[in-house]
Design a protein around this ligand. Structure first.
Ligand SMILES: C[S@@+](CC[C@H](N)C(=O)[O-])C[C@H]1O[C@@H](n2cnc3c(N)ncnc32)[C@H](O)[C@@H]1O
Length: 249
């Protein structure tokens, strides 16, 4: 199981080019379509806080839940105002607070591979939402995973200190709707040229539309929107990351 502890130190470097600002703007715009007075957000699996920073900059009060202590440390180091973070598992946390909306970004929900974990997380989201509150998340979409397949990938990126090379090789497990993404990461220290190797396996579950609809209905939600994350295009077999918006009923 992946815990993100090993490579959290290199996480922001690996995703340096990810457009967190546009993604955050898309999320806020989508939520405000239904909740114009949106003011509080709970982010499940907030990682190193890169989205949270933009949400807080827009005047929202943000709480993050993250189970990797190293990720939590990275988020705290960003000194984000109007942001608090709790180290916990998103399927088993309890805050004495309710929120206008709950979000979970960059496929965090796909890290929940069992039905029990998914149901517990959705029920937890329900319990922490105000009446008519929204739950927005993006997931890997089964039609695209089956059509496009998770192909081997290499990513190389460097800063002044390190050069990080990450190889990703994936194994599809058809009977559990999961893909095991095996990361092999080489970190070269540019000062002394020493190389460290890390390996992590990330089991990722993918979902069909009816599966999310069923999960939503089972936990007290209805699906009010689904589309390609960020572009807003209709989901299809070409859409790897699909964004769902659920409303508490
Ligand atoms: C791909 S990262 C995304 C982080 C962040 N949302 C972002 O967009 O950069 C997935 C994150 O989800 C966290 N995560 C996965 N499963 C979790 C769980 N059950 N409880 C809490 N955090 C979890 C991991 O530790 C990791 O930080």
């Amino acid at each position: 199981m992946s815990n993100f502890n090993l490579y959290s130190k290199y996480y922001d470097l690996l995703y340096r080019d990810k457009d967190y600002e546009s993604e955050s703007a898309y999320v806020v715009k989508t939520l405000k379509t239904y909740l114009p007075n949106l003011s509080s957000l709970l982010e499940l699996g907030c990682g190193s806080g890169s989205h949270a920073k933009y949400f807080a900059d827009q005047g929202l009060m943000v709480t993050g839940i993250e189970r990797s202590e190293e990720m939590v440390e990275q988020a705290i180091a960003k000194e984000i105002k109007n942001f608090e973070i709790v180290t916990a598992d998103i399927s088993a946390f309890s805050l004495n607070k309710k929120f206008d909306a709950i979000i979970s970004l960059f496929h965090v929900i796909s890290y929940l591979t069992s039905n029990d974990q998914l149901i517990a997380t959705f029920k937890n989201a329900y319990d922490h939402l105000e009446e008519n509150g929204l739950f927005l998340f993006d997931i890997w979409y089964s039609p695209a995973v089956y059509t496009q397949k998770a192909l081997p990938r290499i990513k190389k990126i460097r800063n002044n200190e390190f050069e990080v090379t990450r190889f990703a090789n994936s194994l599809s497990e058809a009977n559990t709707n999961t893909v095991i993404v095996n990361f092999d990461i080489f970190i070269r220290n540019l000062q002394d040229s020493t190389i460290n190797e890390l390996t992590e396996a990330h089991p990722m579950r993918h979902f069909s539309f009816p599966e999310i609809e069923l999960l939503a209905a089972h936990t007290g939600f209805k699906v009010i929107k689904s589309e390609e994350f960020l572009t807003g295009s209709a989901a299809s077999e070409n859409t790897w990351g699909v964004c769902f918006v659920l409303q508490k009923i």
